[in-house]
Design a protein around this ligand. Structure first.
Ligand code: RFL
Length: 407
């Protein structure tokens, strides 16, 4: 299956069994699975290698996803360096409530920043498994995806010339703002979308976490969250009006609101630090069905976005990538089509399950600040039930950790 490969970023037109569009967690995992089975593929990425290796985003990875990476030889650094989280804490009505999901289930979360995972995956794919990547590509377009001879064209960053790569399959792993989803004929797909009607100010602070676990503050001023990323850097969220301008949130206002919304009896104030990222997220979810058209298979955020309410997006991207990588290998190397045939359905079961949980949790987070006393009351009732009913706690832990045996 291997053939003489030109150097990375060469602009020679070529043919590959698989073109992967996007070098995020989904695309790089698919690429690694293909290379491990000696299937040639080309990953195309609009950004530079340095940029994708530094883009800050997720941090929480579920245990099954880590085991999936480990099984494919992709978790060495992660297993050495990730922190294990066995609890999260809710703060509401001035009190703190620790939720010890590790004790309840024996399972935990891994905390490993997405840029480190992307760096590991890229190094393994390009430097160890000899996979090809073209960075900085422009004007990526898909052609003839409903034929058995699809192709992908792009503008070469070095020469400005248009290039065409012929292939058997395209993996659309180019995230929420990519082009592959737009190549699906609108009459053949359904896009289900949910808007939360709120924004979240996403912050990264150069400050150590102020608690050893994820904190959720459910407050009448709005939700606030703390997600530890490393001993030096902590992610925070503040609920804000949709479309708010990050400039409305100077340093002092951010920290005053975080202190207020995450404050509780008997806890010391948060450790403050310089804000190194500040952006407003438009909180929404979508799911594209059926995720597949002809020779194009979508994976990750290209197919479904889940707002970062329950830290699920990258986990879903990895789940798709495991299924798609394995299915492409089975088809290309063994002529076994069962994985590709069942791909979308197998992904979507977990996707919809996680979307439902995110929606449930969003109501808990956003209800207290909704201005509607009925929603505020039912949100607090959900929270109290978590700490008074073992059955509710067990069900929550299963969804929070993604440990359900079947979806
Ligand atoms: P990515 O990571 O967006 O990668 C897509 C890649 O495609 C490139 N691209 C193109 N390449 C070629 N041609 C084009 N036309 C292209 N257009 C785009 C992009 O440059 C990029 O490199 O998608 P992927 O692989 O599907 O991975 C999805 C995850 O990145 C995403 O779901 C998570 O970051 C979501 N998320 C979280 N998920 C978790 O599981 N746990 C978390 O703790 C968590 N925290 C978060 C998050 C997302 C956040 N933001 C920014 C919305 C925290 C935040 C703040």
């Amino acid at each position: 299956m291997t053939h003489a490969a030109p150097p990375p970023n060469s602009c020679t037109p070529q043919r590959f069994p698989v073109v992967v569009v996007g070098a995020g967690p989904a695309g790089l995992t698919v690429g690694n699975i293909l290379r491990a089975a000696s299937v040639d593929c080309l990953v195309m990425e609009t950004e530079t290698r340095e940029f994708v290796e530094q883009r800050p985003r997720a941090g929480v990875i579920e245990e099954w996803a880590v085991r999936g990476l480990e099984k494919r030889g992709l978790a060495r650094n992660l297993l050495d360096r990730a922190e294990l989280h066995t609890a999260c804490e809710f703060r509401f009505e001035g009190e703190r409530f620790r939720f010890p999901f590790g004790e309840l289930t024996g399972s935990h979360h891994f905390v490993y920043p997405q840029p480190l995972l992307v760096t590991d995956l890229l190094r393994e794919y390009a430097d160890v498994r000899g996979g090809q990547v073209r960075f900085g590509v422009r004007d990526v377009r898909l052609h003839d995806i409903d034929s058995d001879r699809p192709s992908v064209s792009y503008t070469c960053p070095e020469t400005g010339e248009q290039q065409v790569v012929h292939c058997d399959f395209v993996a659309g792993c180019d995230g929420a703002r990519g082009v592959t989803r737009a190549s699906l004929p609108p009459e053949r797909i359904r896009v289900a979308r949910h808007d939360y009607g709120t924004g979240w100010l996403a912050l990264l602070a150069e400050a150590p976490p102020s608690a050893d676990c994820v904190l959720f503050g459910c407050h009448a001023n709005g939700f606030a969250g703390q997600m530890p990323r490393s001993p030096e850097v902590t992610r925070y969220y503040l609920q804000c009006p949709p479309g708010d301008d990050p400039e409305n949130w100077p340093h002092d206002r951010v920290w005053a609101e975080l202190q207020e919304r995450l404050g509780a009896m008997g806890v010391p104030p948060l450790t403050e630090g310089r804000l190194i990222e500040k952006r407003v997220l438009d909180m929404h979810d979508y799911v594209v069905e059926p995720m597949v058209h002809g020779r194009l298979h979508l994976a990750g955020d290209a197919a479904h976005l889940v707002a970062p309410i329950a830290a699920k997006g990258m986990n879903l991207a990895l789940h798709d990538a495991f299924l798609l990588g394995d299915a492409l290998v089975a088809h290309l190397n063994d002529g076994d089509d069962s994985g590709l045939d069942g791909y979308a359905q197998a992904c979507l079961r977990r996707v919809w399950d996680y979307q439902e949980f995110s929606q449930w949790l969003a109501e808990v987070f956003h209800g207290p600040a909704s201005g509607d006393p009925f929603r505020a009351g039912t949100s607090i009732a959900r929270l109290r039930r978590l700490f008074s009913s073992p059955l509710t706690a067990a069900a929550f832990a299963e969804k929070y950790l993604g440990t359900a045996a079947r979806h």
